[in-house]
Design a protein around this ligand. Structure first.
Ligand SMILES: *Cc1c(COP(=O)(O)O)cnc(C)c1O
Length: 360
């Protein structure tokens, strides 16, 4: 079995691939679903459509095992929890963390409890948590309320918190920067990503710096982060009590890694700005219809940001830009159907009827 798998599948997940950069030893019981190794897709049509004179590559994290980048952090967090002998893991989530935690906990034979904001979770994500068998609790509150409760429960010492306040999450997530450099053969000039709880921007910056320090990358990119206008505490410089946006994955009013984001922005000479829901949805539709890349609305926030930065003349000609497409579009079918702008045309079952619809 092992030999056949080795030949068919050389990639065995991010811990195996990048062990020398991670806090693991030969004795560490690695919990993996073979996450990582996601494609870096050139978005040439999108760039042309917006009149850009730069290169754009999308790190399509929707192709991870539970369809978001959270799997990179979760393989590390669950591995560390297992190594410490934890039996119950818990997280607060806008959806993707819970999907990922539920899947990896199952794999590790651990019990998983997820706290979600009631009514504000995309359908696909809820389906995942339930089917993977997590104890799913819907809080009458928002993500920030759920995280506060999770932290209090963590302090009892009876459960292991696998939110990104757990440093193992950041360690795992930094491997996306390594992969980008390995795939591009260089570091990008700019890296764009959406910002919610700010763990990922913190992790990307850590990854780019570490790869640069071991000479695996030739430069350090500038990090450009984007928040939704209704949930933009870092941009506005103050927590948002009632965050609101169609991009539920970044519907967060008081980011746990706020400080990490500030460091990344300062050290990389980066930029953080907000985009409206209308801008997010326009970019969401555009990237699907120009380049065939279906992402969730939160992911598109950074493309909306790129359009604005380009229009403001902030992107020098010839720049190499990468952007994290944080989650798969199928996570949120409701938004896709509402915003597609088309509905299937219903006709009788004949060749003539179909030809009429397509204008032949
Ligand atoms: C978690 C998540 C984000 C936000 O990442 P943070 O690390 O919380 O800033 C963005 N998009 C998607 C799809 C996510 O799941």
């Amino acid at each position: 079995m092992e030999t056949a798998a080795k030949q068919l599948q050389p990639w065995k997940g991010i811990i195996n691939q990048y062990a020398r950069y991670l806090p693991v030893s030969d004795a560490t019981p690695v919990i993996t679903l073979c996450e990582g190794n996601t494609p870096l897709i050139p978005a040439t049509n999108f760039v042309e459509a917006i009149g850009g004179k730069f290169e754009l590559y999308l790190k399509y994290e929707g192709l991870n095992p539970t369809c978001s980048f959270k799997d990179r952090g979760m393989t590390m967090a669950m591995t560390m929890a297992k190594e410490r002998g934890a039996e119950v893991v818990i997280c607060a989530s806008t959806g993707n963390t819970s999907a990922s935690a539920a899947a990896y906990a199952t794999r590790a034979n651990m019990k998983c409890v997820v706290l979600l904001p009631n009514g504000n979770i995309a359908l696909g994500k809820l389906a995942q948590a339930l089917l993977y068998g997590a104890t799913t609790v819907a809080i009458e509150g928002n993500f920030d309320d759920a995280l506060r409760i999770v932290i209090e429960l963590g302090e009892t010492g009876k459960v292991e918190v696998v939110n990104s306040i757990n440093p193992a999450r950041i360690e795992g997530q930094k491997t996306a920067s390594f992969e980008i450099c390995d795939q591009l053969g260089r570091a990008p000039d700019f890296h764009f990503l959406p910002v919610g709880n700010a763990g990922n921007i913190t992790a990307y910056w850590k990854g780019f710096k570490e790869y640069y320090s071991v000479k695996k990358a030739d430069r350090l990119p500038r990090l450009f982060g984007f928040q939704a206008a209704g949930a933009a505490p870092i941009v506005d410089g103050a927590p948002v009590a009632q965050p609101n946006t169609v991009a539920t994955a970044i519907r967060i009013g008081n980011p746990a890694s706020w400080q990490g984001a500030n460091n990344a922005l300062k050290e990389s000479k980066g930029h953080i700005a907000k985009v409206t829901d209308a801008e997010i949805l326009a970019a969401y539709k555009q990237i699907a219809q120009t380049d065939g890349v279906f992402v969730e609305p939160a992911s598109a926030a950074c493309l909306a940001g790129l359009i604005k930065c380009h229009q403001a003349g902030m992107i020098p000609e010839g720049s190499v830009i990468t952007a994290t497409m944080t989650g798969h579009g199928l996570k949120d079918p409701d938004n896709a159907i509402q915003n597609a702008g088309f509905e299937p045309t219903i006709v009788e079952a004949s060749k003539e009827a179909v030809m009429k619809v397509i204008g032949l």
